[in-house]
Design a binder for this molecule. Structure first.
Ligand code: NAD
Length: 248
């Protein structure tokens, strides 16, 4: 199944130090790609796992300022860019009635604004290379549902699903595939607080048809598929990897 190979491809993955982003880096390296990981903390563990297939850039993506430098670093190090994964994300939990402007702005900045402008920068690069390319953003169940105590996260992840379609509409003709992956409830730092809350944790688990929380390994297949030639005619779609949560 050569159509799933990423041999010769170069990927940028944001939020590469841990969790789902680390899983995506591992999947891409295993599929044959070189990976540049961008994170506001050093991706030391990922670098140790992947050796020469991985290059770590430390950059805070709360602002757009580091984006051109990350793309330049990928080109300097590995010669080109073929794949962007917008994975870095944060969540803030508070009752809607007490939710602060800062918790709104911070989450929207990283989880929505950076996703759009990093995608725009990657699309420009793909157009210059005349190569086409793949843009994959990490959405959420809250791209479909309202959630509880996470209004800015719901706003941002709903935006990710929407802009995935809007960018796909404009860039498909350049051979650029823009898609998203909506993970269900995955055991990472993002959900640590939720998993510590016994009642919420049990209620969530009860509702997952697969009967377990997901892990970073669970999104490896979808991430490789959407980055590979096998998905060349898929545009603007958000693929749920959720143990059946949305089907319930
Ligand atoms: P995580 O908190 O373990 O990972 C988030 C990553 O983003 C980390 O590597 C972190 O260092 C990085 N990051 C945070 N702030 C950053 C910044 N300012 N600049 C650069 N990098 C920054 O959580 P995760 O679950 O692996 O989350 C990855 C993505 O998946 C996020 O977009 C998250 O919203 C999404 N997601 C997670 C779940 C889940 O259940 N865990 C479900 C749906 C979507």
């Amino acid at each position: 199944m050569d159509m799933f190979s990423l041999k010769g491809k170069v990927a940028i993955v944001t939020g590469s130090s841990t969790g789902l982003g680390q899983g995506v880096c591992k999947a891409y390296a295993e599929a044959g790609a070189k990976v540049v990981g961008a994170d506001y903390v050093p991706s030391a563990e990922t670098a140790k796992m992947l050796g020469g297939d991985f290059h770590s850039v430390t950059a805070d993506l709360m602002t757009l300022a580091p984006i051109p430098g990350i793309i330049a670093r990928a080109v300097e190090t590995f010669g080109r860019v073929d794949i962007l994964v917008n994975n870095a994300g944060i969540i803030r939990r508070e009752d809607a009635v007490n939710f602060s402007e800062k918790d709104w702005d911070d989450v929207l900045a990283l989880d929505a604004k950076t996703v759009f402008f990093f995608s725009q920068a990657a699309a420009k690069r793909f157009m210059e290379q005349k190569s086409g390319g793949k843009i994959i953003s990490i959405a959420s169940m809250l791209s479909y549902q309202g959630g509880v105590r996470v209004p800015s996260y719901t706003a941002a992840k709903s935006a990710v699903k929407g802009i995935t379609m809007s960018m796909a509409n404009e860039w498909a003709k350049f051979g650029i595939n823009v898609n998203a992956i909506a993970p269900g409830y995955m055991a990472t730092n993002n959900t640590a607080q939720l998993r510590r809350d016994k009642d919420r944790s049990e209620a969530i688990l009860d509702r997952i048809p697969a009967g377990r929380w997901g892990t970073p390994d669970d999104i490896m297949g979808a991430a490789v598929f959407l980055a590979s030639r096998a998905s060349d005619y898929i545009h603007g779609f958000t693929l749920a990897v959720d143990g059946g949560w949305l089907a319930r």
